[in-house]
Design a protein around this ligand. Structure first.
Ligand SMILES: *Cc1c(COP(=O)(O)O)cnc(C)c1O
Length: 446
């Protein structure tokens, strides 16, 4: 239905171009400055993995709007279903009158999420809202107050979820006091652990158990909430065995395990959900981001007995599970399944990881770690030959890529990680081109 934009990077002006610069100046007069900006270009349209800006530059998108547009920025099945639904009605409020799309998305999530137990799903609008509601549900189901989270965690920007988030600047600075009953355990972060991966997992698990048993009391803990691969915190893949150990410990003590798959879900890591890599079955799972191909939609899916601990009226929201967003989700899920995007994400890993390893080999010790799964991959930049974070290198590499028309994102507690989150529909040619630019950027650090 859309004419395909010529699938190649193209620079017509400097980046940002004159129109983007003018629009950015106008924005500053109107928009609260609390919204940061990664790459100050104004997008005119987007197609697959290319963003076309108002100056006519074609930028390779290696961020997917932070893991949202996994099926592309205007996937035909998403666009068609949105148009069809919008023409019928845009809103009723699911708590007022019902519509089928909500049930259909719930059924898809109950079918696709890990575990074949009986499940129920509640839909919301944003990821933070899903995490907030997972906490509410876990507390209602257990009658316990405490929530345990990990170092480097990111769970959102609302009061509860910013409290659960680890990093102070910019997410928490000046916004306290924070919500009570949130406790933080160490993360099994192999690159930052002095020892092998097995010891890393065992050590972090022992510390988490100690925190729960001696400082909180296991009978006070409603849930342990963890990202199966940490997103904003630096694409940290937990040491193998850590998360299964956490789940086992939680089960022994009647504590619910909540997997926050908001960034990792929907094929991103080469599985439909990242929990599958270690065979973990969470009691509750939160999703958002790629769920609805760019429309705001989020969900909590989990064990029927846990979900139904909340009485009618206890969950909801005016826009929760908006019908247009539900239509988009059905289109996005259909695209992921029909186009084999789970396998495509695994293929992207096979293509990209060796290239990142090659960059590390010739980085003079500046790339300390290459990690991630599927199409969620990252390099951690450090002072040559050490593990000391080098955020200035990450900034330089990102700036170089942006100037060349390749959108990459920076993340990490120390701001020293370049993360790659390309749309899963990206072509090999665009991917190779983006990696060539990244390799040049890393080389220019020397
Ligand atoms: C993005 C993100 C959130 C918050 O989602 P919003 O839609 O921005 O509220 C929560 N958890 C994780 C793991 C995320 O990546």
């Amino acid at each position: 239905m859309t004419t395909m934009t010529d699938q190649a990077r193209l620079l017509k002006t400097a980046i940002p171009g004159p129109r983007s610069v003018a629009l950015h100046e106008a924005r500053a007069q109107q928009v609260a400055r609390g919204f940061g900006i990664t790459m100050p270009v104004f997008v005119d349209h987007a197609d697959g993995a290319l963003l076309v800006d108002v100056d006519g530059n074609r930028i390779i998108d290696m961020g997917s709007g932070i893991a949202v547009t996994s099926v592309g920025a205007a996937a035909p099945q998403v666009v068609e279903r949105i148009a069809e639904q919008a023409a019928k009605f845009t809103h009723t409020c699911f708590m007022v009158t019902e519509y089928e799309g909500f049930t259909e998305v719930a059924a898809a999530l109950n079918r696709l999420t890990p575990g074949d137990h009986e499940k129920r799903t509640a839909l919301f609008s944003t990821g933070a809202e899903a995490v907030e509601n997972a906490v509410k549900i876990a507390r209602a189901a257990t009658g316990r107050p405490a929530i345990v989270v990990l170092d480097h965690a990111y769970h959102g920007r609302t009061l509860m979820t910013m409290t659960m988030t680890a990093k102070n600047v910019p997410y928490k600075e000046g916004f306290g006091p924070y919500a009570p009953e949130v406790y933080r355990a160490p993360m099994a972060y192999p690159f930052r652990y002095d020892g092998d991966e097995k010891a890393c997992a065992a050590d972090a698990l022992a510390k988490l158990k100690d925190l729960v048993l001696t400082q909180i009391g296991a009978h006070n803990v409603a849930a342990i909430v963890a990202e199966p691969i940490q997103g904003e915190g630096g694409f940290v893949v937990p040491a193998e065995g850590f998360l299964p150990g956490v789940v086992e410990f939680a089960r022994e003590h009647g504590i619910l395990f909540v997997a926050d798959e908001i960034q990792t879900g929907f094929a991103r890591t080469g599985r439909m959900f990242a929990c599958e890599h270690e065979g973990i079955v969470p009691d509750l799972i939160t999703t958002a981001k790629a769920l609805a191909g760019g429309m705001p939609l989020a969900a909590v899916t989990g064990r029927a007995d846990v979900m139904d601990a909340v009485a009618p009226g206890g969950l909801g929201g005016t826009y929760a599970g908006n019908p247009v967003a539900c239509a988009a989700a059905l289109g996005a899920i259909e695209t992921i399944e029909d186009d084999g995007l789970v396998a495509r994400a695994a293929e992207i890993e096979r293509l990209v990881k060796p290239r990142l390893e090659a960059m590390r080999a010739e980085s003079g010790g500046r790339i300390g770690d290459v990690r991630g799964r599927g199409a969620m991959l990252a390099i951690e930049l450090v002072e040559p030959g050490t593990t000391n974070p080098a955020p200035q290198y990450a900034q330089e590499v990102a700036a170089h890529c942006h100037r060349e028309g390749v959108l990459v994102l920076v993340c990490g507690t120390y701001g020293n990680v370049i993360r790659l989150l390309p749309p899963l529909v990206i072509s090999d040619a665009l991917l190779e081109d983006a990696l060539d630019v990244l390799a040049t950027a890393v080389r220019s650090l020397a």
